[in-house]
Design a protein around this ligand. Structure first.
Ligand code: COA
Length: 438
């Protein structure tokens, strides 16, 4: 096959490419940094030519314009995760949200539970053999590219070539739109006193030689800053960001003691700054695999001394963890949190730990502080990690163990790591809730 000829024949402008999208098509965007901005912009520009096109994806770093009320009926947004730019569409009622464990997204696509008519992705230019690299996101990208009736690719020469399940042949792509622009970047998290204290507590749970998973949000990345004295840490994580590069350069991450995929940092997507993307480029140590491998609890269970570190929004007295909604407002999604919480619990070496870390308080819009440890979860909120799955909860005030603990013991452990300003009122709630002294 002359892939160069095919590539030339299928090369077009973004406006031409998005004309292949038909009314009522299910259009899936590649995940996070792999979303192709020129194609998405062209869809917005040509919005008047569409009718009831469903747009689906997980995290977006883009503007999410298709999810705005003004495009209702042209585009209908259905998030598999919710990001700052798409959140309002769900609470305003014109967008919708589908709960799903991240590791199941490829199988949902295969089974037709998540149909894909058109898949939009950003890739590297083809290599000498005609393979484009998805670079920053293998997760559901590889399955969506296989299942889609039409694949539209933005070919950006700044996409890194990352090894693993990341290559799509030119013959499997229907249109190529050439661009050259820096990838979207996720700013570095702010590491203040609270984040440092949380990091120090988490560090006490992490032994030398542990394999780490780091979730989304500021806290997991902040924890990395407290691990500078550890030795031979490994990475088996749905995502990584810049903190991992720093620890690798400090000689802390070596992956040498990993039981599964030794010598490799196994990830399913990258989200950070150019420093991270440059680090991953043609780096034999970075192995990007699809999310049904990386996040599958049975695969996580194979990892040795596995520690997962994820964040949350609130925890109730029983240890029910709310990570993706604030009351009825859909805030993010379950992502891979439960995949890793369950995988660590199933660890074959019996050493897995699942940490959920959060600051003890949050600031509401009006500036008032609220405790994130609460007697009851807010009406309408969804439980992300159940009380049966929860393991360690960490705040800047310490660590609360949950596994094997009774309801009262859990509540006591949690109140002891709540913000001191809220402990007395939480103790009163304890009495009311359990009809017992604290
Ligand atoms: N009640 C009301 N508001 C709250 C709150 C609560 N209990 N807890 C936090 N908030 C507010 C914060 O004040 C902040 O408001 P602001 O944006 O106006 O400053 C906002 O909610 C976000 O909180 P923050 O702690 O800064 O979020 P984050 O960016 O660190 O992300 C999660 C934290 C929990 C949302 C994120 O980790 C997540 O989506 N987790 C679920 C998925 C997951 O864990 N995946 C793992 C693998 S990817």
């Amino acid at each position: 096959m002359d892939w160069k000829k095919l590539y030339e024949e299928r090369k077009c402008t973004a406006d031409e490419a998005v004309k292949l999208i038909k009314p009522e098509d299910k259009v899936v965007f590649a995940h996070a940094v792999a979303e192709p901005p020129a194609l998405v912009e062209a869809m917005i520009k040509n919005a008047d030519s569409y009718k009831d096109v469903e747009v689906c994806h997980m995290v977006t770093l883009g503007k999410g314009e298709y999810s705005k009320a003004e495009y209702k009926g042209r585009f209908n947004f259905n998030g598999w995760f919710c990001s700052p730019s798409t959140r309002d569409s769900i609470s305003e009622g014109h967008g919708d949200f589908t709960p799903v464990f991240f590791h199941e997204v490829p199988s949902y696509i295969r089974k037709g539970l998540f149909p894909v008519d058109v898949f939009l992705v950003m890739v590297s230019p083809p290599d000498d053999h005609g393979f484009c690299c998805v670079g920053v996101s293998s997760d559901y990208t590889m399955q969506a590219a296989k299942t889609a009736k039409i694949v539209l690719a933005e070919v950006n020469d700044q996409v890194p070539v990352v090894y693993g399940d990341t290559f799509i042949h030119v013959s499997e792509i229907d249109r190529f739109v050439e661009t050259s622009h820096p990838l979207p970047e996720l700013g570095l998290p702010k590491i203040g006193d609270i984040e440092q204290a949380i990091g120090r507590h988490c560090a006490t749970l992490i032994e030398d030689g542990s394999t780490l998973q780091l979730g989304i949000g500021a806290i997991p990345d902040a924890v990395l800053h407290s691990l500078k004295d550890k030795k031979n840490l490994g990475i088996h994580s749905e995502m990584i960001s810049d903190g991992v590069v720093e620890l690798f350069e400090a000689g802390v991450i070596t992956c040498s003691e990993k039981g599964l995929d030794p010598g490799k940092m196994v990830v399913t997507f990258l989200m950070g700054t150019k420093r991270l993307y440059d680090f991953a480029n043609k780096n034999p140590m970075v192995e990007m695999r699809t999310v049904d491998y990386v996040n599958h609890p049975c695969v996580v269970a194979e990892c040795t001394k596995m520690v997962s570190i994820n964040a949350c929004l609130a925890v109730d007295f029983m240890g029910q963890v709310v990570s993706d909604s604030i009351g009825t407002r859909q805030f993010s999604g379950v992502g891979g949190q439960v995949d890793f919480v369950r995988g660590t619990a199933m660890s074959k070496d019996g050493l897995g730990k699942a940490i959920i870390a959060m600051p003890s308080v949050a600031k509401k819009k009006d500036g008032t502080l609220i405790s994130k440890i609460v007697p009851f979860i807010e009406q309408g909120a969804a439980v992300t990690t159940s009380r049966n799955d929860v393991d360690y909860i960490v705040t800047e005030y310490g660590i609360a163990e949950m596994k094997g603990k009774t309801l009262k013991q859990r509540a006591r452990n949690l109140i002891n790591i709540a913000h001191p300003d809220f402990r007395e009122e939480l103790k009163v709630e304890f009495k009311n809730r359990f009809n017992a002294e604290f």
